[in-house]
Unconditional design. Structure first.
Length: 37
């Protein structure tokens, strides 16, 4: 039971990390596009 919760928690952390990285990259590139427009 504990292992399952740990696995879910780990998966959630990884997903959050990937989403955060994607948002940062999108924000940076979006900013460059907006500045060059």
């Amino acid at each position: 039971m504990t292992f399952t919760f740990t696995l879910i928690d780990l998966a959630g952390s990884v997903a959050l990390l990937l989403w955060g990285t994607h948002m940062v990259q999108t924000g940076i590139f979006g900013g460059h596009v907006w500045l060059s427009a």
